[in-house]
Design a binder for this molecule. Sequence first.
Ligand SMILES: [Fe+2]
Ligand SMILES: [Fe+2]
Length: 425
Amino acid sequence: MRIDTAQLLKRFFFAERSLLVSEAAWIPAIAPLDIKTNLARYVWQSAETANSLRERVFELRFPSRMMEDEGNDRALIAIFDAVRDSPSVPAFLLSVGTVLLPAMRNAYQSYLQASDLIADGPTHRFLTLAVREKTEQISGFDRWIEAARSENLEVWSEAAAWTDEVAQRMSAVGGVRAESPGPSLPAERLPGARPYSIPAHPARDRRFWPCRFYWPDIVDPSYPYGEGMQLQLRSAISHLNEVWAVEAGGVILSAFADVLPWEWISNSARWTYDESRHCRMGYERLMAWKLDPSWIPLGTYIYESATTVDARDIPLNLLGMLFFFETKNIRHKPERARLFHSYGDSLSEHDMDFDWADETLHASYGKRWLKELLAIRGRDPAAYEEVRKNCEQLVNDYVRTRTPAEVAALRSAADLLINKAKQLR
Ligand SMILES: [Fe+2]
Ligand SMILES: [Fe+2]
């Protein structure tokens, strides 16, 4: 019946919401680039599904626009939330990949089998897509779990115990697809939980050349940005290093999820996903040039400027940092796309052009949500410009911590890469 259906879809909404907030929060802690960028995509897929679920619940309850809290599903959503406090990366991957995601996929499948295609046609359309996405997400997690399993066996036995606990609690409340909400469990922390905190240092994929500053012009303004091949290379390196923006997007999504309205989650999920596409653009470009990842600098300085120079308000710093870099670089992009066109490099041109369109959207997200956040905190919304300036200052302060040895190593790494690029292309 209509009201039961709305109840069930509301449960699915809260499950997707909790899942995506956790996935977003964990992006900086997980090293492999493939996981970071795909997690960002899954976050966005979940946000799109959650959006459709939310709209559908409103429709079914028309004319009420109220979407109250988890209600009867509190115990179930508490289990989803608990996974945010996973004790390690393997524990997080294992509990999401083998408990939460299969529970959701199964629930959607049985919903589609039990419900009426005619009366509930609008739900069928987006939930059919959600089943396909969940199936893909599960195989992604399976792959990552398999790849990581060979390492650190001690952590894996802890991860298995953690995942068993999550699975047991899930079945105690009747899972996601139960007809009626299960018994409410006392809200207690899962054994072995480690309260989530924002990583001060982002984990980096070990295949790349690890550094803080990823190109000499960052620490030495006299170093040319370059033209021709050097500009193509520099631009691809910039794109790859937007991995910091994927991490920042994930952290701020989760940090403000309970402070700002749902639309924030929807916007920042898209933002995080877009940055993961920019990062992939750089990665694919560099791989197409057959450059070895171990020659390619992958830095941390922008993320760390927000987390280590001034740790008082890391989420606000990261949001401000995104806004600062979006607005700082955007004016160069159409010109660079034109230059790539003149070099006959249509791939770089195409990447830069699509990137520009995304960044224009992001600059508006940054301004809008910084203003809303400041207003909520009782500050003048116009102070968003101050936040931006403060972030510029934080980056400048961080850049000043460079050491001569670090700069020398960076110059050699850049020289090596430029030479390899000349030889290979
Ligand atoms: Fe970007
Ligand atoms: Fe952006």
